[in-house]
Design a protein around this ligand. Structure first.
Ligand SMILES: [Mn+2]
Length: 316
């Protein structure tokens, strides 16, 4: 069956109509979708600037400009597999435990068949419940985490579930294929050198922003491919992995980051990996200018969809 693609922007102007991701159909407009997009407007786990609850709607708005054919990957993404927008998960802003429960339950329903899921955040707290859902469906997950920050801290003000702690909890809960996990783009000041020691104890390999600059995006991708192998892969991207010049609209910016081009080049080079899920988090539109950040985020999502479409087109 031919997938139902996005609204044709040559017959209906792309700035009109409902703001689904990339003008794709809603999930209730298709029989089922092989790739599902869902938003989690939640930012009650942030430690500094708030506002990522408005990330999903900003990314969808910026995604109006995406077109169906990806020339870098030579694929008409939305004609290859059915992609649909599943709207937003309702997450309680006043109760983090209840919110993450809702996210994992809803995400589990979305991936119950053979669907792959990409989530628009929201702050980084949401990656924990998303990994819980992925683990329940696929077993231990290889996590490739693009971020300026490790996000493996233990607690903030005694709170275990925050945007700086999701991957410590995921490790403790046994969700991760530790030998396959990586952080990409780490930089900026830490609380102490113990942060890195503790993180290494969880099994992560770190490729810092400086290392990306030295080895180049293609070699970074090659190292990711070697480490992930055939494991089911979850790619979590905090938009602050990009320099504030490319992504000012975020909660905890760090100078000296990756360019959007470097990030997109790395991701494009990952085709062949079994990407079962991903998220793009920490877009905080109130700190954005001219949609710079949400445009970058929408392109990351587009490249993740493309990776999934390529893998599914090749029969898996
Ligand atoms: Mn983060």
């Amino acid at each position: 069956m031919t997938p139902i693609g996005p609204t044709d922007s040559l017959t209906q102007p792309r700035y009109s109509g409902a703001a689904t991701f990339a003008r794709l159909p809603r999930i209730d407009e298709v029989a089922d979708a092989e790739i599902k997009i869902v938003g989690v407007p939640f930012d009650s786990g942030v430690t500094y600037r708030p506002g990522a609850r408005f990330g999903p709607s900003a990314i969808r708005q910026a995604s109006r400009l995406l077109r169906p054919y990806n020339p870098a990957q030579k694929i008409d993404v939305f004609q290859t597999v059915q992609v649909a927008d599943c709207g937003d998960i309702s997450a309680n802003p006043f109760n983090i435990e209840e919110a993450i429960e809702a996210v994992s339950n809803h995400a589990s329903q979305l991936i119950a068949g053979n669907s792959r899921l990409i989530t628009l955040g929201g702050d980084h707290t949401i990656s924990l419940p998303l990994l819980r859902a992925m683990h329940a469906r696929h077993g231990r997950i290889a996590l490739v985490h693009f971020d300026a920050h490790l996000d493996t801290w233990n607690t903030y003000f005694g709170a275990p579930y925050t945007h700086g702690t999701p991957f410590r909890r995921a490790f403790e809960e046994g969700l991760l294929a530790e030998e396959s996990c990586m952080h990409i783009g780490i930089r900026g000041p830490l609380y102490g050198s113990s942060d890195l020691v503790e993180d290494a104890g969880l099994g992560f390999q770190v490729i810092t922003t400086d290392m990306v600059a030295e080895m180049g995006p293609k070699e970074v991708a090659a190292q990711i491919i070697r480490r992930v192998g055939n494991s089911p892969l979850y790619l979590s991207l905090d938009i602050d992995v990009m320099d504030p010049a490319f992504a000012p609209g975020t909660g905890t910016p760090e100078a000296g980051g990756l360019s959007s081009r470097e990030v997109l080049t790395i991701i494009r080079a990952l085709s062949g990996l079994d990407l079962v899920g991903g998220d793009v988090v920490e877009v905080s539109p109130a700190y954005d200018h001219a949609e710079v950040t949400s445009v970058a985020a929408s392109h990351v999502v587009y490249e993740l969809i493309t990776l999934m479409a390529i893998k599914m087109a090749n029969g898996s």
